[in-house]
Design a protein around this ligand. Structure first.
Ligand code: NAP
Length: 255
């Protein structure tokens, strides 16, 4: 195989959860640019249709699949409907939320929401997709982790707990499923300017601290995640399994 073909996603179908905006949408653009057909997931049909129109304007074959990743019945029905039209070759488990509060005041329902959206969803969607990938003896799963898979910060202990667990779930999936021809890896973004981080981006003190703390001395731009996502979704990573690829401007390399 020639080198450029290693990274080609032509003819592959990629399902990206939480892809109506933010990192998920950018990864859809990136994988689409490398040839993949895209299936955008989220909970709001209208937002997904707007995102679909943008991708199609870029020449990317796109469909939408509306389901709530925290609802296992919806997940299984959604995956079955996609698979009826064609195989899911690549799954990016990206949907996720954040909630900030002092830990001693952290509301129980927000804890539950974080666990179900950031962690249980990864299990539900990957398990449903694996049941189609395993008999085909091939498939790529990329779980979106975080620098908080490794490092805590004040006010977001529950989020860090979910992302640490996603890291270990990724390693566990690789341990169970690599023998079936699947590659399961994690992609861990540092701090990126997205809607989820709008409050932090607007906070001048935080931004100044972050730029001093990060060796690259700036926020990340979402499209800087594309190269890592394409690598983990393509034949170029055919013997990479259970790895967490960090894209953080050096943040976790340095104290
Ligand atoms: P975002 O801009 O808030 O987008 C989140 C996406 O997830 C939206 O499309 C949202 O659509 C969807 N979503 C939320 N709950 C859902 C559910 N229950 N079912 C289906 N879709 C759901 O977030 P982001 O910043 O791009 O973050 C994406 C991922 O990257 C998350 O896992 C996050 O933890 C991770 N991450 C982000 C950063 C960063 O700097 N932004 C850093 C490290 C890791 P609907 O609300 O319409 O359903």
């Amino acid at each position: 195989m020639s080198n450029p073909a290693l990274f080609s996603l032509k003819g592959r179908r990629a399902l990206i959860t939480g892809a109506s905006r933010g990192i998920g949408f950018t990864l859809a653009q990136g994988l689409g640019a490398f040839g993949a057909d895209i299936i955008l997931n989220g909970r709001q049909a209208a937002a997904l249709e707007t995102a679909q129109a943008k991708l199609e304007a870029e020449g990317i074959t796109t469909r939408t699949s509306v389901f709530d990743v925290t609802d296992q019945d919806q997940v299984e029905a959604g995956i079955a409907a996609i698979e009826q039209e064609g195989p899911i070759d690549i799954l990016i488990n990206n949907a996720g939320i954040q909630f900030r509060s002092p830990l001693d005041q952290f509301p129980r329902h927000e804890w539950d929401r974080l666990i179900s959206t950031n962690l249980s969803s990864v299990f539900f969607v990957a398990q449903a997709v694996s049941r189609y990938m395993i008999p085909r003896n091939r498939g790529k799963i990329v779980n979106i982790c975080s620098v908080q898979s490794e490092l805590a910060r004040p006010g977001i202990a529950p989020y860090a707990a979910t992302k640490g667990a996603v890291k270990m779930l990724t390693k566990g999936m690789a341990t169970d499923w690599a023998r079936h021809g699947l590659q399961i890896n994690g992609l861990a973004p540092g701090y990126f300017e997205t809607e989820m981080n709008a409050a932090l981006v607007a906070n001048q003190d935080f931004s100044t601290w972050l730029c001093q703390r990060t060796p690259a001395a700036r926020w990340g731009k979402s499209d800087e995640l594309i190269g890592a996502a394409v690598f983990l979704s393509s034949d170029a990573s055919s013997f990479v399994n259970g790895h967490i690829l960090t894209v953080d401007g050096g943040l976790t390399a340095s104290v």
